[in-house]
Design a protein around this ligand. Sequence first.
Ligand code: ZN
Length: 141
Amino acid sequence: MPRLLLKSLRVKQLLSQLLQINRTGFKKGGLKLRTRVPEPPLVPPDPPDPVGECAYCGEDLYPGQDVVEIDDKALCENDYCIKGYVEDYVEIKKDITFDEDYTIVDYAHDYLIHYTQMPTEEDLEYMAAEAKIEEKLLERG
Ligand SMILES: [Zn+2]
């Protein structure tokens, strides 16, 4: 047999041995790996229903989503909605000239915005329960 062929046969043998080890190794290690990395669900869960909409652009806002609040109105966090809302609906009481160094969005962040999140389902249940308790207390006087 030519030497080269012999060599390649040896390589093949080694490779198949290696593969064998890998296979059994995988079988043993596979279970361990499984407990560490959860399998992703086959079907992605349905997105939750929106619980509100941006007071400026009307985009849906979802439970737990970070939002900004101005005058108790929820808005998307982005500059576009903040700027638009403040320009259209907020009377600016301070005498400030806005420029690129201090924009209307900066002003909103400094004086108007309350950072919050849209309520989750649990929050809503909690709020409903609280409202009920308050109602009962009012009934009693
Ligand atoms: Zn928006």
